[in-house]
Design a protein around this ligand. Structure first.
Ligand SMILES: NC(=O)c1ccc[n+]([C@@H]2O[C@H](COP(=O)([O-])OP(=O)(O)OC[C@H]3O[C@@H](n4cnc5c(N)ncnc54)[C@H](OP(=O)(O)O)[C@@H]3O)[C@@H](O)[C@H]2O)c1
Length: 333
């Protein structure tokens, strides 16, 4: 099969299109013929080696974290799916590789694709949808009537997160540049701050939850937006000791992460708010619930651009500009 691989860790290096053997199925796997693959900044960070200590993929390996496609065969223990089913997934860490014609996915990581979405639309959902779900529902227990600040509302996580938070009945504030103000309002954002003109920390206060996806300065300012008892959930770092424990990292790494996050944890504590780092995980059951929300019309995909398979490097470069409005997807077939 054709696949785009990382030959060696390199921030600017192109992925190489090569012939790879078709994946071998384990008992709990489905073999998915890939129709479309979503592109994420995580792909770029992994290619650049940023995640090597935590996710040590050995080159050459196939990149790509989001898939939509059709099940062509199933392992002996698979119960949820059969050949012919259209599915989508964020395959678990260690078993990524959606920039290819086929992938073997553990059935626990997959869900039936929403019937009202095209393959390209479906491939845009899993990683960002699960991130928003795990941040807002699992971690924050966001409730009706609460106030949440979701940064970068026009990005992949933001476009999904705003809609999920509105569905939960929360009041949503977000940041974006003026060109995307109408987009985020159409998704349900109640308060829109143009981050190029205004300082959100001077406008927002008394929030229950902040979903931070930007740099360290933004993380710091986010503390002041929260009310006492509020939750600051960061998906852009710094990783905290709980994350190190979850991932079973060695003592040295645990110590490093403890030190990296000490400042923000201390300042959060002083203000009476709770800081935590979230690294999303594969989760097919949550994805099934997301399928229902999409089929009910509560959440819609927001696609910026679809690239042909041959242009996978261009798709990744476009995501790396940080200017995408919604998601970028590769059409594989
Ligand atoms: N930990 C996890 O599990 C996890 C999961 C998913 C994502 N992430 C991380 O979260 C971050 C966001 O991911 P994403 O996929 O949503 O990114 P994305 O789709 O690439 O975000 C692009 C959007 O961000 C907006 N933006 C850029 N700078 C901004 C700023 N300073 N304030 C507000 N908006 C800004 C841009 O709007 P303008 O063009 O208008 O500036 C653009 O629409 C990334 O660092 C990603 O790696 C982590």
């Amino acid at each position: 099969m054709k696949a785009f691989v990382v030959d060696r860790y390199n921030k600017k290096g192109a992925l190489r299109l090569v012939e790879m053997p078709e994946p071998v199925l384990q008992d709990n796997d489905v073999l998915v013929e890939i129709h479309a693959a979503g592109v994420n900044l995580l792909d770029s960070k992994i290619r650049g080696g940023e995640f090597k200590p935590i996710l040590p993929y050995r080159p050459p390996f196939i990149l790509g974290h989001d898939v939509a496609g059709t099940v062509v065969s199933a392992g002996s223990k698979v119960r949820k799916f059969k050949p012919g089913d259209d599915v989508y997934a964020r395959p678990r860490d260690g078993r990524i590789g959606t920039f290819a014609e086929f992938i073997a996915v553990n059935e626990a990581d997959a869900a039936l694709k929403p019937e009202n979405l095209s393959m390209e639309e479906a491939a845009s959902i899993p990683l960002v949808g699960l991130t928003a779900w795990q941040a807002l529902i699992e971690r924050a227990s966001l409730k009706k009537g609460q106030k949440v600040f979701i940064q970068a509302g026009s990005g992949g996580v933001g476009t999904f997160g705003i809609q999920l938070a509105k569905h939960l009945g929360a009041t949503v504030a977000t940041t974006t540049s003026a060109a995307s103000a109408d987009l985020v309002k159409s998704l349900g954002a109640d308060v829109v701050v143009d981050y190029r003109e205004d300082d959100f920390e001077k406008i927002l206060s008394g929030y229950d939850v902040v979903l931070n996806s930007q740099d360290a300065k933004t993380l710091e300012k986010s503390l002041t937006v929260l009310k006492p008892g509020g939750k600051l959930i960061s998906i852009s770092g710094p990783p905290d000791p709980e994350f190190a424990k979850e991932k079973g990292l060695n003592l040295v790494l645990r110590l490093v992460l403890r030190l990296l996050s000490r400042g923000i944890r201390t300042r959060a504590k002083r203000r009476g708010v709770r800081f935590s780092f979230l690294f999303m995980r594969a989760q097919g059951d949550q994805l099934s619930k997301i399928t229902s929300l999409i089929e009910s019309g509560a959440i819609r995909p927001v696609l910026d651009r679809v690239f042909p398979f041959e242009a996978t490097n261009e798709a990744l470069a476009y995501v790396e500009t940080g200017r995408a409005k919604g998601k970028v997807v590769i059409k594989v077939r």
